[in-house]
Design a protein around this ligand. Structure first.
Ligand SMILES: [Ca+2]
Ligand SMILES: [Ca+2]
Length: 223
C-alpha cells in the first residue's frame, strides 16, 4: 500500500516538475524577451557577432550609459560590425496566427559628436522555414538628430505579428563613417510582445446593447 502511495506521490511530483519546466520555457508576453539587451553582461547571448562589436563601461570618454553601467558599441577600426540574437516564439503560434499579438522594438541609440557613425537595429519576423515575413527597424540616429552632441536618443517601432511568425531575429548593426573607432552605440534594447485588444464586431456590440436594455427594463418593473 505504501509503495503504491509513494509511486503516486513520485508521479505527482514528476507532473508538477514537467509543468513547471514548460512554464519556465514559455515565451513571456508584456516584458522584454531579449537576453542581455542592456549590455550589462558584455556580449553574452548575442551571437553571431561580426567585426569588433563590443561593450564599453559608462564613463568611457565621459559617455553615460542610458541604462545601468554598460552600453554596446561598434568597436575598433571596422565598418560595419553586427551582433544578433534569435528568439523562438513558436509556443505562441495559436495567438500569433489569430492576429492577437503585437511586437515592439525599442532602444537608446547613439553616436559621437559630429560623426555620423550610427547603430541600426532590425527585428526580422521569420516563419517556420526562417523566411522573412516582415521587419521592424529602429535607427539610425544621425549627428544632426543629436545636435552634434555625443549621446543617445530613444527610438521605438511596433507592428502586428504576421500570421505564421515563429521566431524573431534581432540584429544590431554599427556603421563607422569617420575616425578609427566605430561609434555606433546602443543600450537597453527591448523586444516586447503584447496582446492586441479585441475589437468587438458590430453585431456583438448590438447584442450587448439589447442585453443592457433588457436589464434596465426588468429593473424598472421591480421598482
Ligand atoms: Ca546598459
Ligand atoms: Ca568614429
Amino acid at each position: 500500500m505504501n509503495s503504491i502511495r509513494n509511486k503516486i506521490v513520485i508521479s505527482a511530483i514528476g507532473i508538477i516538475l514537467i509543468l513547471a519546466g514548460s512554464l519556465a520555457n514559455a515565451t513571456v508576453i508584456g516584458s522584454n524577451i531579449l537576453m542581455n539587451g542592456n549590455a550589462e553582461n558584455g556580449m553574452v547571448s548575442w551571437t553571431p557577432t561580426t567585426g569588433g562589436f563590443q561593450t564599453q563601461n559608462s564613463g568611457w570618454y565621459s559617455i553615460s550609459a542610458p541604462e545601468g553601467s554598460k552600453f554596446f558599441t561598434g568597436g575598433s577600426s571596422n565598418t560595419p560590425s553586427t551582433a544578433a540574437q534569435s528568439i523562438n516564439i513558436s509556443d505562441l503560434s495559436a495567438l500569433v496566427d489569430s492576429g492577437s499579438l503585437g511586437v515592439s522594438l525599442s532602444a537608446w541609440l547613439g553616436g559621437w559628436a559630429s560623426q555620423n557613425d550610427n547603430m541600426v537595429i532590425v527585428a526580422d519576423l521569420l516563419d517556420g522555414t526562417l523566411s522573412s515575413l516582415a521587419t521592424l527597424i529602429i535607427g539610425p540616429v544621425q549627428a544632426a538628430d543629436r545636435s552634434n552632441l555625443t549621446g543617445f536618443l530613444y527610438r521605438s517601432n511596433a507592428l502586428l505579428l504576421p500570421t505564421g511568425t515563429r521566431s524573431i531575429e534581432v540584429t544590431m548593426t554599427a556603421t563607422r563613417t569617420a575616425g578609427t573607432y566605430n561609434d555606433g552605440y546602443a543600450d537597453d534594447v527591448k523586444l516586447v510582445l503584447s496582446e492586441v485588444a479585441d475589437v468587438p464586431e458590430p453585431a456583438t456590440v448590438a447584442l450587448i446593447g439589447i442585453g443592457l436594455a433588457g436589464l434596465r427594463f426588468r429593473k424598472k418593473r421591480q421598482t
